[in-house]
Ligand binder design. Structure first.
Ligand code: NAP
Length: 307
């Protein structure tokens, strides 16, 4: 078995999930928690549809404590707004041929990291799993999804298949993705239709089927289609609305991540979801009034920092 040493930056839900699955597949793992927060006292993973938590091992430390040039494979498991700063904090520890694997939702943060660090191999994962922590270091794998993994830059093209091979040794469902940009947009399109609206209405995904809300979903889908078409991205044959509707119905009882963030008084990822669409639309001279309004409403109502 390959003995790649994986370093996971961010000991949150997804960081613990990936650290847990990697370690339980036999990989040595280091988990970097925040400087100002104590390390979790113990670590465990409750696998999908299992009741029992199983312990996993990881060296727990912080970015500043990592020795120079000691990390060759870094997984960034922070929220999108923390990703660039988090990578900067650990840059001294990256080897010259390091590969950075980005797990963030939405779009914009991955491109910002890729732009700032073209010398490193940048790989992105587009993830549909659901995970949450019950206490620090203890994660529940609540929803089985897929992690689509692909290269984001030229250096990444050289190593992304090795990354996929390692990840395929875990019990996560991994898909090698030749066109990660398209995969990220596909997920972004659904997030644009659902996340901001559930936060503003403080409602479950399924409650977006109420007529007034659903009209907004429909307008959001049309706007995203216009931007994706202008960017020459592939669109589902039946259009985005039927796809978004399936997700809304299939996850009717779920609280979207943005709703959860607002309930906890946290910074949302709106800049990287509707905000990203607004930014792209501006470059293309396309009007996206519904996304713009949701972006502004979320910013204002939940006291979000300006971007
Ligand atoms: P999370 O639970 O908030 O975890 C992020 C962790 O990173 C937090 O513990 C945070 O600390 C830590 N962090 C931030 N900056 C750091 C730094 N500089 N050094 C060390 N640690 C740092 O978030 P998550 O749910 O794992 O989500 C991570 C990303 O994955 C998001 O983009 C999310 O949308 C995406 N995602 C999540 C899931 C899921 O089911 N959880 C599924 C798919 C995609 P603080 O809490 O102190 O800020």
């Amino acid at each position: 078995m390959s003995q790649t040493h994986w370093t996971v930056l961010g000991a949150g839900s997804l960081g613990c999930l990936w650290a847990g699955y990697l370690n339980q597949a036999g990989f040595p793992v280091t988990l970097l928690h925040r400087e100002e927060v104590a390390a979790p006292e113990s670590l465990s993973l409750t696998r999908f549809q299992e009741d029992q938590a199983t312990a996993f091992k990881a060296e727990l430390t912080t970015a500043s404590a990592c020795p120079e040039k000691s990390i060759s494979r870094l997984v960034v498991a922070t929220k999108a707004h923390d990703a660039v700063t988090a990578v900067a904090g650990v840059q001294h520890a990256l080897t010259d041929d390091a590969c950075i694997v980005l797990l963030q939702n939405g779009m914009g943060s991955q491109q910002a990291v890729a732009e700032k660090y073209p010398e490193y191999a940048i790989v992105a994962a587009c993830i549909t799993d659901g995970a949450y922590r019950t206490e620090p270091g203890h994660v529940i794998h609540a929803g089985q999804g897929i992690s689509r993994v692909g290269a984001l830059n030229a250096q990444g093209q050289k190593v992304w298949r090795q990354v996929v091979e390692d990840l395929e040794q875990t019990d996560l469902i991994i898909e090698a993705c030749e066109n990660i940009n398209q995969a990220l947009w596909n997920k972004l399109a659904i997030n644009i239709a659902i996340n901001g609206l559930t936060a503003l209405n403080q409602c479950l995904n399924g409650e977006l089927m109420q007529p007034e809300r659903y009209q907004r979903v429909s307008r959001l889908c049309r706007e995203t289609e216009a931007v994706m078409a202008a960017l020459k991205l592939q669109l589902p044959e039946q259009g985005l609305l039927p796809l978004a509707t399936d997700v809304i119905k299939g996850t009717a009882k779920n609280r979207s991540s943005m709703l959860q963030d607002t309930l906890r008084g946290k910074i949302t990822e709106i800049d990287y979801i509707n905000g990203y669409l607004v930014q792209q639309a501006e470059h293309l001279n396309i009007e996206v009034p519904e996304s713009l309004s949701i972006y502004r409403e979320v910013k204002l109502r939940f006291n979000q920092p300006s971007s």
